[in-house]
Design a protein around this ligand. Structure first.
Ligand SMILES: NC(=O)c1ccc[n+]([C@@H]2O[C@H](COP(=O)([O-])OP(=O)(O)OC[C@H]3O[C@@H](n4cnc5c(N)ncnc54)[C@H](O)[C@@H]3O)[C@@H](O)[C@H]2O)c1
Length: 236
């Protein structure tokens, strides 16, 4: 079987997909890319690679690259996903896929036009314990789901050392909440109502965050879930 050629854009968190691809018999790392040339050289040394470029255009023109893994700062994802699709590449983009909805329609249309696969990578659902939990659910071992509780609590003070994390464009609403929201919607896809609260913590305030970093939400399943539930109850 021909191995899929991976191009990686953004070599901070992008390090993880390089490592995964090098440990897989299905992938080869065709090219890696970052504006930071020193980081590029460091990753080449770390993984024994010699295919670094500082030019995304060069990576997109590389015929060995079938799939582009996107690991640039959140506000750049939409533009990079569009560029990759226009160059006829499949896309794996880390979460948060988009950090607002302003270009969502454009991205959906470009994906449809290109016929290429777009996958949001590195969300919690791909972690081993969550995949195992899902297998138990699909086997029927958990019975019918009435409610899902998901959380994502972490000390992210280290993350706020990144310059872009303190800009107006960076939002934990997408960056952090995407993990538990994805898990909830995996099990209860028909959410129609959401209510909640947000606030900016002392840590976030002191470290210069522009948007809230603390959220609590309750969401309600829509009529499809309630109808299915009622039908099951009537049948019993
Ligand atoms: N899945 C997860 O749980 C998880 C964890 C950490 C980070 N992330 C996400 O990964 C992404 C990257 O985060 P990070 O921590 O690596 O940030 P980072 O700032 O450390 O790294 C981003 C890299 O992208 C490079 N870059 C920026 N613009 C570029 C461009 N136009 N062309 C080429 N390279 C460019 C920068 O030079 C930098 O090296 C973010 O979207 C972040 O939210 C996801």
């Amino acid at each position: 079987m021909k191995k899929l050629g991976l191009g990686v854009l953004g070599l901070g968190e992008g390090r993880s997909i390089i490592s995964a691809a090098l440990n897989s018999r299905l992938w080869k790392v065709a090219q890696i890319c970052d504006l930071d040339q020193e980081l590029g050289r460091a990753r080449c040394r770390e993984f024994n690679l010699d295919n670094f470029t500082a030019s995304f255009d060069e990576l997109l023109a590389n015929k060995e690259v079938d799939v582009v893994g996107i690991y640039t700062p959140d506000p750049l994802h939409a533009g990079h996903v569009l560029q990759a699709l226009r160059a006829s590449k499949h896309v794996i983009c880390t979460k948060p896929f988009l950090n607002d909805l302003s270009r969502a329609r454009e991205v959906i249309e470009e994906q449809r036009r290109s016929g290429k696969v777009v996958l949001v990578g590195q969300s919690t659902r791909f972690f081993a314990p969550f995949m195992r939990q899902r297998r138990h659910f699909e086997s029927g071992a958990f019975g019918e789901i009435a409610t899902v509780e998901a959380c994502y609590n972490a000390d992210h003070r280290w993350f706020l050392k990144k310059g872009w994390a303190k800009t107006e464009a960076f939002k934990w609403l997408y960056g952090g909440l995407s993990h538990p929201v994805d898990l909830v919607r995996w099990y209860l896809p028909h959410i129609v109502e959401v209510m909640g609260y947000s606030s900016l913590s002392k840590n976030g305030r002191e470290l210069g965050l522009a948007h809230p970093d603390t959220f609590q939400f309750v969401s309600g399943p829509g009529p499809e879930f309630r109808r299915a539930s009622a039908a099951r109850t009537t049948a019993r």
